[in-house]
Design a protein around this ligand. Sequence first.
Ligand code: NAD
Length: 488
Amino acid sequence: MIFGATGDLAKRKLFPSLYRLFSRNKLDKFAVIGVARRSLSNDDFQASVKESVISSLGNKEDLDQFVSHFYYQSHDVADSSSYVSLRNFADQIDADYELEGNRIFYLAMAPEFFGPIALHLKSDGLTDVKGYKRLVIEKPFGHDLESAKKLNQQIRSAFSEKEVYRIDHYLGKEMVRNIEVIRFANAIFEPLWNNRYISNIQITSSETLGVEERGRYYETSGALRDMLQNHMMQMVALLAMEPPISLTTDEVRSEKVRVFRSLRSVEGEEVKQYFVRGQYGEGMVEDVTVPKYRDEAMVDQESNTETFVAGKIMIDNFRWAGVPFYIRTGKRMATKSTKIVVQFKDIPMNLYYQTEKMLNPNLLVIHIQPEEGITLHLNAKKAGGHLDAQEVKLSFANTGIHAMNTPEGYEKLLYDCMRGDATNFTHWDEVAYSWAFVDKISAVWEKTKAAFPNYESGTMGPKAADELLEKDGFFWWPMAELEVDICK
Ligand code: NAD
């Protein structure tokens, strides 16, 4: 059951992802009930599902067969009688398709409805099934720790923690899932994966887009809540966690939670030492002049909302003591890119100083999007002549999946949920620790008015974000230098 089936997420991601699963024979007995406010016939709904698959994947022979599994129910989320008729309809579909009472509820709706829907699903009997029941819930999971706790209580009164699948679509991305394989399947990395050999880790997730039509939502969120609390923190946890004793959901999650527990808390006066906020001004992005954030639709002319955040995260445990994890994310930046750079420490002594420049440090670059791959930066002898060292890049590129925002992430997550594998969904403890960390930063930012706008659109953010690293003797590796031909 998809709540919000006429919305943007359902159309752009969920239907194409379901189709891909169908075309790969991953869906055997299934039916989808689309639920939304407006009244719509089954035929019209099926036509809209078809259209969304075609616009994302092109026309397909078996599309009619696929959409024949889709049904529509117009629904008022606040009205019990709506849920009762939905329950009766679902019971009938269940019998027709022999679904054995297995039910997934996907909440692709505005977050204020998450709690009330979960409560109604229970009180109006939709969760009384003889098979499994699972709740998939979109971001944002609350606005801060307090609201997240309240939402969690509402959800947990209807579903157990094991039945709740909190989506963080970064965890569906191929290269984010690859982090643990790169780390735990290679004898050459894991022994070096600590503060003896790594000097710092940099995670950048930059967008060229502005706030688009999401101004109203974004004004209440900002980059800290929209990107850092969830996606960026999840990447930090995957990079920093200890090897789990096995790859079961509980073991992986508990190692991630231990990372969150080791985060050095940053509060009060310390916030400006560790975090930088920014808001885009006018500028040029891809040769087009774009307006400042404050001139976007539904945005306050005096807005104090950050569209950029950079931070230094310290993990106070044995493995990571002293190693900064620098993270930055923002809108209207110079490039559209998500990358992780693991910078290794310099070798103890440089025999090659006589060459024109210092040796480059070894880097392991994980390209998350739009390119997907790994690059290892080494030093090797320049061909010919003297013993000059030069940087060489060894590259691996995932072929096939190159487009930004492809539905593949959602496809994997939907499939995981159907199989009952919650490993790549966020546990409540991860959400709670992450909010507790972020709340202390937003508490300071909300109290003080920033001198916005402070970065030009089409740049890599405010100068203060560069200074954050410079004062530690580091710099952000320029995105352009990290690109390699095979990744393009
Ligand atoms: P949307 O506004 O496009 O769609 C909302 C859906 O909810 C529509 O189907 C609408 O009919 C339905 N709806 C709204 N009010 C209702 C009511 N009172 N009763 C019944 N139905 C009602 O939103 P969206 O962009 O699809 O986002 C849905 C959720 O997914 C949000 O939580 C959002 O934060 C999250 N999300 C969206 C994207 C994306 O790419 N669109 C990405 C990540 C997360």
